[in-house]
Design a protein around this ligand. Structure first.
Ligand SMILES: [Zn+2]
Ligand SMILES: [Zn+2]
Length: 517
């Protein structure tokens, strides 16, 4: 009798409670960058309903924070989730790194039909919130394929119409990846023209710039030109110096960003906290060699093959790299035994002598087998730290949703936020805790127009993380990437608990965040 009465009363108690969830005894790092303060945080109907003293208030679920940190859920504005969100719609690696919202479609690559895609992924049951940019390479491929030439006025108009449709479907802005095929074949005028409809809908321009080394100053200037011409904000993606000969020169590139800001350009940057990058193998080849998908045909032509190899030799020297030992295979489906090995190591495995010319032959072999996803040790730690200290650098992983255990991905998809909070805040003291959280929350929310997220404030969406500042740490490494971060005890998305006692729950409260003016 007593048991059945309790069962009957339990839902009634929740129904009449003051809050759905009440986190007591927290130290709140509210996302503004201000010093932490003690408070209780109450959540009701998906929103933050209280930041203050809860007193005798009741809740469906009460969590004792034990003086750990409550912060806004992290907003990762630089992700690439298109290829895996349908396999892992919960977004496990992100939730366990404290991320509650991702912006995808970066570096020029997005879904073409965002309206359909948003509907589709919402039906799958998202663990986290998803916003998207519309990608330049996506619309250019749609209209022009991978043609190595400038666009005609008619093609520009067609591409503008696609950008306009994507913005109406809820894109947060327009992204470019100007080292990739086919965006690399465009000129600045094309990018300015295609960003225009995004600006008209209040969108942002984000850019994986044409160059991140020798010509980074020109590349920053080009990106800022797009923003200035269209009167739109600019985010420079994964800001870095990726040329070994130029390590340490980020003082100059940051000074240029700051100069533009003083002149009234709204330009900020994002960064992942690692000295290694990750992208495809094809970027090592001259871009003309990849046009129209005919790389194999060109490699089969002895004259062109020699020409490609010669350009690669020069590019390698320009990068200040003695050989391809800085390049590690992350994912190579035809032979997973190569994953985790450098091009130099694979070259030796193939029985070839250790010369740059032979390593280029090894790269050609991999390209003939469809290419590979790579990790490049291309940055210096001096620049990583200096860029991180710049006040308007947001934290963004440049990672994707990961299928646990598949390939040897860059650890950034698992550990970006925990690494900033552990390694760069607690261990090295590069940032204060409050400033680091600001760069994960209110700074990206401001830039991408996510007006009801990024702060622990009443009436904001209840995206929250509870973590232990003494324990939070990344565990994913280059050698052993498939390891979730530690220290995130509770994560809420839209007022629902997605991580409880440091473990994923079955809740799928994520939403597609469709941008509206
Ligand atoms: Zn990129
Ligand atoms: Zn990217």
């Amino acid at each position: 009798m007593i048991k059945s009465l309790l069962l009957f009363l339990a839902p009634v108690a929740a129904w009449t409670a003051d809050y759905d969830i009440l986190i007591r005894n927290a130290r709140v790092v509210d996302g503004t960058g201000n010093a932490w303060f003690r408070a209780d945080v109450g959540v009701k109907d998906g929103k933050i309903a209280l930041v203050g003293r809860a007193g005798g208030a009741t809740a469906g679920r009460t969590i004792d924070a034990r003086e750990h940190i409550v912060a806004p859920g992290f907003i990762d504005v630089h992700t690439h989730i298109e290829s895996t969100v349908e396999k892992v719609p919960r977004g496990d690696n992100y939730l366990l790194d404290g991320v509650t919202t991702v912006v995808t479609g970066n570096c020029g690559g997005s879904q073409m039909n965002l309206g359909e895609w948003f509907d589709k992924i919402e039906k799958l049951g998202l663990g986290l919130n998803v916003a998207s940019l519309i990608g330049h390479n996506t619309v250019r491929s749609e209209v022009m394929g991978t043609a190595n030439r400038l666009a005609t006025p008619d093609e520009i108009a067609k591409m503008q119409a696609l950008v306009d449709r994507a913005m109406r479907d809820g894109a947060v802005g327009f992204s470019t990846g100007l080292i990739y095929i086919p965006g690399t074949y465009s000129n600045t005028a094309e990018v300015v023209a295609l960003a225009k409809p995004a600006a008209a809908h209040g969108g942002i321009y984000t850019s994986h710039m044409r160059d991140e080394g020798e010509h980074v100053i020109e590349a920053i200037t080009e990106a800022v030109t797009v923003g200035k011409e269209n009167g739109m904000p600019v985010e420079l993606s994964h800001f870095k110096i990726d040329n070994r000969r130029l390590w340490g020169s980020s003082d100059q590139s940051l000074a240029l960003v700051e100069k533009f800001r003083r002149e009234g350009v709204d330009v900020v940057v994002d960064q992942y906290p690692y000295d290694q990058s990750s992208t495809n193998l094809g970027i090592r080849l001259p871009s003309w060699a990849l046009a129209e998908g005919k790389v194999k045909e060109r490699l089969a032509d002895p004259g062109l093959r020699r020409k490609i190899a010669e350009e690669m030799m020069r590019n390698l020297a320009d990068l200040g790299q003695p050989d391809y030992s800085f390049a590690t295979v992350a994912r190579f489906r035809p032979n997973t035994a190569y994953e985790g090995k450098t091009i130099s190591e694979i070259n030796v495995l193939k029985g070839r002598a250790q010369t740059v010319a032979n390593e280029i032959e090894t790269i050609f072999d991999l390209m003939n087998d469809g290419g590979a996803q790579m990790i490049y040790h291309s940055m210096g730690e001096v620049d990583v730290e200096r860029i991180m200290r710049y006040p308007f650098t947001a934290v963004g992983s440049d990672g994707g949703i990961i299928e646990f255990g598949v390939g040897m991905p860059h650890p950034r998809a698992y550990g970006t936020n925990a690494r900033v909070l552990g390694e760069y805040v607690r261990v090295r003291g590069v940032l204060t805790l409050e400033d680091a959280v600001r760069r994960m929350t209110s700074l990206p929310a401001r830039t991408f127009g996510l007006r009801d997220r990024g702060l622990v404030r009443e009436n904001m969406a209840a995206d929250l993380v509870l973590f232990d500042p003494a324990r939070v740490a990344d565990r994913a490494t280059f050698a052993n990437p498939h390891q979730y971060s530690q220290g995130f005890e509770v994560v809420l998305v839209n007022g629902k608990i997605v991580v409880d006692d440091a473990k994923l729950t079955d809740a799928r409260p994520g939403q597609a965040l469709r941008h509206s003016r």
